[in-house]
Design a protein around this ligand. Structure first.
Ligand code: PLI
Length: 463
């Protein structure tokens, strides 16, 4: 039986002061930022839920580990400690450190798809994975289970891949598929977990067709916790056992250590395939650095190794996922619909449903992100039309099926009282929802427009 968690399973040894700027200042900063939360300075943000990536707090043991970093160019002891941690926690034999997750994606895809014109199936690609597939002149193919697109339907494993669709793709196009990726948890689909049964099934299909199967393991421990909580047969297993079984179905993984290795920078590629490992080290040397540092300092690898052991602690995970569930409840009580059930790292507000008076081309998710900052100093990120960009052929907006606002919770940083403040900010936005104006671009970059865009408002912003 899981122990009841009453409070955060840590106490705070160091604090970082922050303050809520006045409403007047928030309005002024948002206007200066061209209505783009990415252009705000972090000092003007009260509670920053832009991302859970690289924004977590390290433990005392991780800070202590930094001091034992071996900064040798080759053969660093810190690399071997990282390698040992990956072997022990995930069960993969070969490890190549990289500067962050996208570095590992680049090395893996350079190794497995040196020629263009290939299809890469994934439950749902995260932006960087999609961008790397496109950069290699391949075609990213999202194959989520259909329920992934029904935000209000509560199901346990909405991150699963549609295995029939995968089988159908492979039966027609096997020669064009260089690898299969599964993203754990499925970030673009609301942080939803993948079941062990689905991992096993996809692994069997990949094996039958002889296609390498890799996991995007950014949030592997959060995924394992959901399996323990929800999947029959796993309640009595430890998180460590579940993680090793999950990984056993794959040929390897890419990892952004900025999430479930509890560090502020870093990543790695891991695999059991010695030939693939040898090939990948060639690209790693070119893009990242010598294979025993991969663009990282020795001290970064020390902190990562320690983080990998800490993240599979069940008490930590119960608190972490419990905090996201608590925020979800606050947001529901505030009257905003969310992607149900809440995922492991974030709450996704269904801004399209909350602001039906705004058309997708008036950017409801983005308008909500502006409103959340103005009302409560909270920064979040739109996952909707602005992020999706334009279609290559026609230049029209590539409207996604959902217009969402993601509230991503950094690990071990905020308390439940911060989550209460976020809930209050959402309630203040809901109160004004009918008056929120749509937005239009005053500056739009040709690629990754969301980072640098500037906007005007279609009506005056409500006071
Ligand atoms: O930001 P990187 O390069 O360390 O990791 C890229 C990356 C890969 N896969 C997945 C599922 C991610 O979520 C991811 C990064 N996510 C970010 C930055 C986020 O805000 O969700």
């Amino acid at each position: 039986m899981r122990r009841e968690i009453r409070a955060e399973p840590y106490r705070i040894k160091m604090v970082e002061p922050m303050t809520l700027p006045s409403r007047e200042r928030r309005v002024a900063r948002m206007v200066e930022a061209g209505y783009n939360p990415f252009s705000l300075r972090s000092r003007d943000v009260y509670i920053d839920l832009l991302t859970d990536s690289g924004t977590g707090a390290m433990s005392d043991l991780q800070w202590a580990a930094l001091l034992s970093g071996d900064e040798s160019y080759a053969g660093s002891d810190s690399f071997y400690r990282l390698e040992q941690a990956v072997q022990a926690v995930m069960g993969f034999r070969h490890v190549i450190p990289t500067h962050q997750g996208r570095g590992a994606e680049n090395v893996l895809l350079s190794t497995l798809m040196p020629e263009g014109g290939k299809l890469v199936p994934n439950n749902m690609h995260f932006d960087t994975t999609k961008a790397h597939v496109l950069h290699k002149r391949g075609e990213p193919v999202d194959l989520p289970v259909p329920v992934a697109y029904s935000p209000s339907v509560r199901q346990d494993f909405k991150g699963n891949m549609d295995s029939e669709a995968l089988e159908s793709l492979l039966s027609r196009r096997r020669a064009d598929v260089p690898l299969i990726i599964m993203t754990l948890t499925c970030n673009s689909g609301g942080g939803q977990p993948v079941s062990m049964a689905n991992l096993r099934e996809v692994s069997q299909i990949a094996g039958r067709y002889g296609v390498p199967f890799f996991l995007d393991a950014c949030r592997f421990a959060e995924n394992a916790y959901f399996i323990k909580e929800r999947e029959p047969g796993y309640a009595a297993c430890s998180i460590g056992q579940i993680v090793r079984e999950m990984m056993s179905y794959a040929d390897g993984c890419t990892m952004s250590a900025k999430k479930d290795a509890l560090v502020n920078i870093g990543g790695f590629l891991a695999t059991n395939d010695p030939a693939l490992y040898r090939q990948a080290t060639v690209w790693a040397v070119l893009f990242e650095g010598f294979p025993t540092y991969g663009g990282l300092a020795g001290r970064d690898m020390e902190a990562m190794a320690q983080g990998l052991y800490e993240v599979i602690d069940e008490e930590y995970l119960a608190d972490r996922i419990g905090q996201v569930a608590y925020l979800a409840e606050r947001v529901r009580l505030a009257g905003a619909p969310i992607v149900e059930p809440p995922g492991g790292h974030a709450v996704y507000i269904d801004a399209g449903a909350l602001l039906p008076h705004l058309k997708p081309y008036e950017f409801p998710g983005w308008a909500m992100s502006v409103a959340l900052y103005i009302e409560g100093g909270v920064r979040a990120v739109e996952i909707g039309t602005v992020l999706a960009g334009r279609k290559a052929g026609t230049g029209e907006h590539d409207h996604p099926r959902l217009e969402l606002l993601r509230l991503a919770v950094p690990r071990r940083v905020y308390t439940h009282r911060h989550m209460d403040a976020v809930g209050d900010a959402v309630a203040a936005v809901v109160e004004k929802k009918r008056q929120l104006p749509g937005l239009f671009f005053t500056y739009e970059a040709p690629v990754l427009r969301h980072f640098t865009a500037r906007f005007g408002t279609l009506q005056e912003w409500p006071g």
